[in-house]
Every structure is written in C-alpha cells, then in structure tokens.
Design a protein around this ligand. Structure first.
Ligand code: AMP
Ligand code: MG
Length: 403
C-alpha cells in the first residue's frame, strides 16, 4: 500500500490541511449578533467608535479637580448631578466644586478625578471628601479600543465575550464563515438506536451523538445519519449521498484491519485515500481521504477512540480549512497521582480527572481505560498527552488537554 501508513499526529494534520487547502470553501455570510455565537469570524473587525466613546466615571460618587483636594478631609459645594445618560452639553466644572456622578456618566469638562460614594459624606449642598481623590477612576475615551482599530481578527471563534465586543465596536451584523455541512455516519451491523430493544450481540449507537455535538461545538452544521449496515453497497450509497449534500464526511467504525472494515476497503479500492492509521492510542486506526471529491475522515468505532480522534484530527482540519484560530484546546501541566500506561510508539491519551491541590494541578486516573468505556470519557476532565516512550509514572508532570 503506497498511502502514508501509521503516521505521526503532525504528519496526519499536515496531510489533511494540505488536501483541504485545495478544496473550495463556501463563501462567508453576514449574520446578526444573536446568530453569531460559536461561529468563525470571516474578516478582521474594526471598531466604528472609540471605546469608551467619551471620558466617563468608573464609580458612583463625585467628580472634581484633583488640585482642588490637596488634603483630606476637604469639603466642596455640590454644583450638580450627572446621570448615566447625560446627552446635553454639560456645564464645565466650576473651580472648587464637586459634581455628583453615576458610573458610566460623562466627566464634566474640567473634572479629572473621582471619589467613590463610600468615601464621601454628603451634607446639605456640600460633600466632604474623606479619602484622596483618584484620577484612575476616570475611564478615558478610546482607552480600550480606538476608532478604526481591529478588535477582532479573521478566524476568531466567536465566544460570548467576542460577540459582545462586536456590539461594543458598533457592528449589528458580522461576516462569518459559512457553516461546513458535515455528514456524521456511524457504521456497523450491531448498532441500534437508543429506544429500541437490543438483541443479543447488539449495542446502542452512541458515536454519532457525540460527534454531532463536537461538530456543533466547532461552529459547523452536522447532518446526523442513521447507522449504515456493513455492506459495500449500502455504505457506497450513503457516502455518495453524503458527498453530494455535504462539505465533509465523518464516519465511525469499519476502519481497522478486519474483513468487515468496509470503510477502509471502500476508501482503498474506490476512494482517494491520503493516510491510514495514526500514532495515537486509543484511536490508531483512523483514515483520511476524499470520496468523490468530498473530504472524509474515517474514525474508529470504539466510542472513546472516535471522540479522541475527532478532537485531535478532525477539529484541527476544520480549523485549518476555515482559517479558524479557535475553539482552542487548552493544555495545562499536571502531576500524575496515578500511574498512566504509555506506549512506545504512540501519543497516549488516557482519561484523567484534574484538580487543584495545595496550589498544584494534579491528575488521577480513576477508571479502567478500555477504548469502549465511554463512561471513562464522560467522567473525565482531561486527556493525557503522553509522548511515545514517556514513563507515565506517579509523580511525573505531564501535559493534559482539558475536555
Ligand atoms: P469497529 O471499528 O467497527 O470495528 O468497531 C469497534 C467497536 O466499536 C465495536 O465494539 C463496535 O460495536 C463499537 N462501535 C462501532 N461503532 C459504534 C457506534 N457508532 N456506537 C457505539 N459503538 C460503536
Ligand atoms: Mg464495525
């Protein structure tokens, strides 16, 4: 077989990214902010205004000239009150006076300092300032972002904070990458949908449910296919239809060495296979290629494996293809409190729980690590990123990828 076989993770990523870079990507679309959550920004976004748009108070309290309060306590006459939405031209602050001000209200011309209300004793038409006034409580026009400056960059994954920032910058709509339509196709004769009775030898089909969520989490649109039986004809038909209707196909099952591993056989014989098998454990059987021009990831059938391979390879390919810089996988260092079994040739992803103990991140492996044990993934906080040959001994500090 002349396609790359049993490749390093980086090599698998490179092969997929290169193949995808040659394929057409659906054109960006403009969406309202309420539809922008979780999407991938398609262009740099510049602010239409200064943020904040005017000098304003960071505190409820009094505004005054710093030089009018050389010592404390000092008592100043109250000139007026500035509410939060003060549209009209404001009278300048008279020398030796204070103005009552709300959080976010514009600074009166001439004022340059604030004292929070908790430090003020308000009397009849006058205020006694009991602590030094602070220029730092003035939020200066444009101190966060200047009009015209880029606040967000193409490829950003629009988290809630970033969607909020779009509005702060004055954008009611934003250009985002079209969602990739991703066909999720589980394969296997033994798979039944939850809700139906199981006969001996059958299991509930679970991979597609996790994969659909993972696709959505990337900002894309899953097409949830019912399980396909292990026949070449049935599988070919399902792949043909998916290639027609979607931008990417993600199958699970049928990519190992067995006679019934028909996704692999079909991709070898009739598809355009680009790699098969990757140096990760669990999840070493995956393949990537094109089916009738549509990129296809063939994930392993074992439930933990399909999930892990999506996070490591499919998510990376989606980011590469769409130029997305997120969602990112967060990696932290943690010290092992249980031994973790490594392998000689694979990146090993064991399911661990992590917690902060005495200021240190520690990892435990409380569950048996069979790749069919989905409960071990559901109850985990992180996956170990143990390089090939690492010891995985108690006390070792390793990288873990948060789930
Ligand atoms: P395969 O990769 O097709 O040989 O499947 C490996 C193991 O994963 C077998 O025990 C399958 O029953 C199981 N499996 C495959 N696909 C799924 C699925 N979609 N949901 C749950 N288990 C699956
Ligand atoms: Mg199977």
């Amino acid at each position: 077989m002349d396609v790359p076989y049993f490749v390093e993770v980086d090599e698998a990523r490179r092969i997929a990214a290169e193949a995808l870079s040659l394929l057409p990507l659906p054109a960006p679309v403009e969406v309202t902010l309420s539809a922008a959550h979780g999407r991938i920004l398609a262009a740099d976004l510049h602010s239409l205004v200064d943020d904040p748009p005017f000098d304003n108070s960071a505190m409820d309290g009094f505004a005054m000239r710093e030089s009018d309060v050389p010592t404390v306590p000092t008592t100043l006459p109250i000139q007026s009150t500035v509410p939060a939405a003060a549209h009209d031209d404001m009278a300048p602050l008279e020398p030796g006076h204070a103005v009552r001000i709300m959080t976010g209200a514009p600074m009166p011309p001439g004022a340059n300092a604030i004292l929070p209300i908790e430090r003020c004793e308000v009397g009849d038409g006058e205020v006694t300032l009991t602590a030094p006034v602070r220029t730092g409580f003035v939020r200066k026009q444009g101190e966060n972002l200047r009009k015209g400056a880029a606040g967000l960059f193409a490829g950003a994954h629009l988290t809630p904070a970033k969607v909020g920032l779009c509005a702060t910058m004055g954008h009611p709509t934003v250009p985002v990458r079209a969602r990739l339509r991703v066909a999720v196709i589980p394969t296997g004769d033994e798979l039944r949908p939850a809700g139906e009775p199981l006969r001996h030898g059958e299991v509930y089909e679970s991979n597609s449910h996790g994969l659909v969520g993972l696709v959505r989490g990337m900002g894309h649109e899953p097409y949830h296919h019912p399980a396909v039986e292990d026949t070449l004809d049935g599988l070919r038909k399902a792949l043909d239809a998916a290639a027609e209707a979607s931008d990417m196909i993600v199958t699970s099952g049928g990519v190992s060495m067995g006679e019934w591993d028909l996704v692999r056989r079909l991709m070898e014989d009739e598809g355009d296979l680009r790699y098969w098998r990757v140096k990760i454990r669990p999840g070493s059987p995956p393949l990537f290629g094109l089916w009738k021009g549509t990129p296809l990831f063939g994930l392993p059938g074992n439930p933990v494996s399909s999930h892990v391979v999506f996070r490591l390879l499919v998510a990376d390919a989606m980011r590469a293809w769409t130029g997305a810089t997120g969602p990112i996988e967060t990696t932290v260092r943690a010290r092992l409190l249980d031994p973790v079994k490594s392998t000689n040739d694979c990146l090993t992803l064991r399911r661990v729980t992590v917690s902060l103990e005495d200021g240190e991140m520690v990892a435990r492996q409380p569950r048996h690590q069979g790749s069919g044990n989905l409960e071990s993934l559901a109850s985990a906080d992180a996956l170990t990123l143990l390089p090939a040959g690492a010891s995985g001994a108690i006390g070792e500090t390793i990288d873990v990828m948060l789930l």
